[in-house]
Design a protein around this ligand. Structure first.
Ligand code: AMP
Ligand code: GLY
Length: 427
């Protein structure tokens, strides 16, 4: 029996803690800093995800045998190196390998070296040179990306060259994304449906998860500003078994191989954000962790012991996991958000109806931006507040069940997209 520490405070971390708690190997599951949901399904430790000395001290004092990192920021800051220096077992890539997500330039270089399908690109450190370059691309549409982490906001998809120039200036002249915009990538704009393919790797074996699809735009019909993700579902018909196999062979295998040859071996979750173009799947980006909210429907479907997956990865024995087992039934996760999100949002609103929703079969309400109110009850504490996740025989049925649960839950200003998973019927 072991104690596990999950780092982070979102819906992804609630889902990880909930799943790990079900493992027969698990004794206590801690989440640092966690939210109201993880306080109920696990135990919270009030420690910031970037306070490595306190996290290490907590792990030692509480006999934590395995730590799992949810978000990208501590990975990019080297949490894995810090834990490993203390001989503590921790699941996730080290600081060098996490650059796959932390630096778009590094990611593009790996993709190029590996001959992995992705959009053509150029790197600039000088805004003037970037603007000059944009004059030469004429009507070809471009995407401008700040090199560093920018909480999903450092990417501007442009319809016109003028928009491209404006984005370049915001990043290089106005320093809108701080140091993250010190270097920028200008790449060719791709068209098609997006899908997320995640895999766990120990640096040699790759265990591919079922495909999922996120909904990044704030409003129905993919309108409005970008968000962290307003909902997700799995599986995705667009990525059938044959396509998934193709992606494994032509994207994931060469990525792991190239990272090894580069001297930056990767262990943890490789998350490929893909555009399914007319010319085949192409990588838009890599993340070095589970997706949020993709993690929620994926873990609802996963039947293999998640603690085993992590332990084998750390032992470099992932081949022993065999084929991952899945509930064949699809799962849909609908995110409920605070008024104002993804801009300035409200906090501290009392949430009602959680108990009624919890009584529903085949539904799990994952918490993200929630907090236990010292006066009792649960209040909102973030932009994305809850991820209502349902599993059923069909996607349509899972969607219907998830929205039934959504209707039971209330707070002032709560809203969600109404069309999560509809894309599955559109192609
Ligand atoms: P990233 O952070 O690189 O995933 O970019 C965020 C979002 O921007 C992606 O999910 C896509 O919707 C969009 N995007 C990124 N790169 C491209 C591209 N080359 N062509 C079209 N859309 C893109
Ligand atoms: N759902 C997108 C992400 O986790 O980056």
């Amino acid at each position: 029996m072991m104690n596990i520490l999950v780092i982070g405070n979102g819906g992804r971390e609630h889902a990880l803690a909930w799943k790990l708690k079900q493992s027969p190997q698990t004794d206590r599951v801690f989440v640092a800093p966690g939210n109201a949901g993880t306080a109920m399904d696990a135990e919270n430790a009030e420690i910031n995800e970037l306070d490595f000395p306190s996290l290490i001290q907590f792990a030692k004092q509480n006999q934590v045998q395995l730590t799992v990192v949810g978000p990208e920021t501590p990975l990019a800051a080297g949490i894995v190196n810090a834990f490993e220096q203390e001989k503590l077992r921790i699941f996730g890539p080290d600081k060098n390998a996490a650059r796959l997500e932390g630096s778009k330039v590094f990611c593009k270089e790996i993709l190029k070296k590996g001959g992995i399908p992705t959009a053509g690109y150029h790197v600039f450190t000088d805004g003037g040179a970037a603007v000059e370059y944009l004059k030469t691309v004429r009507d070809q549409q471009v995407v401008i990306k700040a090199d560093g982490l920018a909480a999903g906001k450092g990417v501007v998809v442009c319809d016109t060259a003028e928009q491209g120039v404006e984005a370049v200036l915001r990043m290089t002249r106005d320093h809108e994304f701080g140091d993250a915009g010190h270097r920028i990538v200008i790449e060719e704009r791709l068209h098609g449906q997006e899908a997320s393919v995640l895999a766990v790797t120990d640096g040699s074996t790759i265990a591919v998860l079922q495909p999922a699809q996120d909904h990044k735009a704030a409003y129905d019909g993919d309108q409005g500003p970008n968000t962290g993700g307003m909902g997700a579902y799995s599986p995705v018909r667009l990525v059938d078994d044959q396509k998934l196999h193709w992606i494994e062979e032509n994207v994931l295998v060469p990525t792991v191989h190239t990272l090894n040859r580069n001297g930056t071996p990767f262990k943890g979750v490789l998350y490929a954000g893909l555009m399914m173009t007319a010319g085949g799947p192409k990588v838009l980006e890599y993340n070095a962790r589970f997706g949020d909210p993709e993690c929620q429907p994926l873990l609802m479907r996963l039947q293999t012991d998640l603690a085993d997956i992590f332990q084998f990865t750390l032992d470099r024995q992932l081949h022993r996991i065999g084929m991952l087992k899945w509930d064949e039934r699809p799962s849909v996760c609908v995110v409920m958000a605070s008024r104002g999100y993804p801009g300035q949002y409200e906090k501290g609103k009392v949430i009602t109806g959680l108990e009624e929703a919890a009584k529903m079969k085949n539904v799990k309400v994952f918490h993200a931006g929630t907090k236990l109110d010292p006066h009792g009850g649960i209040v909102t504490h973030g932009g994305r507040v809850l991820g209502i996740t349902a599993i059923a025989d069909t996607i349509a049925e899972a969607k219907k069940t998830a929205y039934e649960a959504v209707r039971k839950i209330h707070w002032e200003g709560a809203w969600c997209r109404k069309d999560i998973s509809d894309k599955s019927a559109a192609y």
